[in-house]
Design a protein around this ligand. Structure first.
Ligand SMILES: Nc1ncnc2c1ncn2[C@@H]1O[C@H](COP(=O)(O)OP(=O)(O)OP(=O)(O)O)[C@@H](O)[C@H]1O
Length: 250
């Protein structure tokens, strides 16, 4: 059997006296879309930061295709094959939209350059809906467009694992539909993705499996329909998330 794309084993992260991630284990198989869900402050972003190398685990191991990632710097983790977007979008100011995407290729997993990279970056910009915007300054883009740009940049590195941290947050209903379709397209082309998301219908339609966190611990794991009906998940989270969704829908 081949190694899973990602394997987290007994991962712990403490911030002083607070245990933000408490002995969490899970795997992500090739071509799988895993939803990482849970109430605010349950440790999801911390987990993503541990995988991407922004944080170092206090204990436990994280492996990408069997190779330990824990302790590697974020740029090394990106080269090893982990691409990500951020909950609060981060574009590279001073570079054009096109250059921002090309930067993802230069520093990513596949390490492309030159005309081939530029052509690929243009294709990715088309794909995320930013075709024709190559020369613009990223700081001038709207929030949704910066999110699109970040996704294109992450894809330019051709990551073995793509981490999307609330990529759908803050989108209006039309943008949300487009965003879900975009992620569905990535899933259909066989990408391996961890999706941190509060938009429940996106989780239901996009994820093969979910890991549910609460207060730093994994409280459930399984297909979305199954975990989202477990009483502990409903108690810890679902009421809150669906309430938020109803409010957002007006
Ligand atoms: N750098 C840090 N220093 C201290 N505490 C932190 C740090 N980062 C996160 N925390 C704390 O760790 C806990 C988990 O936070 P985290 O951001 O991982 O939760 P989350 O599930 O991603 O929440 P949300 O859904 O609101 O994004 C919270 O109590 C948070 O305040």
């Amino acid at each position: 059997m081949t190694a899973p794309v990602l394997q987290a084993e007994g991962v712990v992260k403490r911030f002083g006296g607070l245990t933000a991630v408490n002995a969490v284990s899970f795997t992500v198989a090739e071509h799988e879309v895993l939803g990482l869900i849970g109430p605010n402050g349950s440790g999801k972003t911390t987990m993503i930061n541990l995988i991407s190398g922004a944080l170092t685990p206090s204990a436990g191991t994280i492996r990408l295709r069997g190779r330990p990632l824990s302790g590697l710097r974020p740029d090394r983790v990106a080269q090893a094959g982990v691409g990500r977007t951020f909950q609060l979008v981060r574009v590279l100011p001073g570079l054009s939209v096109l250059e921002n995407v090309m930067a993802g290729g230069v520093f990513g997993h596949r390490r492309a350059w030159g005309p081939a990279l530029e052509a690929e970056a243009r294709t990715l910009l088309q794909r995320v809906g930013l075709g024709g915007r190559e020369g613009e300054a990223p700081e001038q883009l709207t929030y949704i467009d910066q999110k699109r740009l970040e996704l294109a940049r992450a894809l330019a590195g051709d990551p073995a694992l793509l981490l999307l941290d609330e990529w759908l947050a803050g989108l209006n209903p039309t943008e949300l539909q487009t965003g879900i379709a975009l992620i569905a397209g990535l899933r259909d082309e066989g990408r391996t993705i961890i999706l941190v998301e509060h938009v429940m219908h996106a989780i239901r339609s996009l994820c093969d499996r979910c890991v549910v966190m609460n207060s730093g611990s994994r409280i459930a794991e399984g297909p979305p329909a199954q975990v989202l009906s477990e009483p502990e998940v409903v108690r810890a989270y679902l009421g809150e998330a669906e309430e938020e969704e109803r409010e957002a829908a007006g």
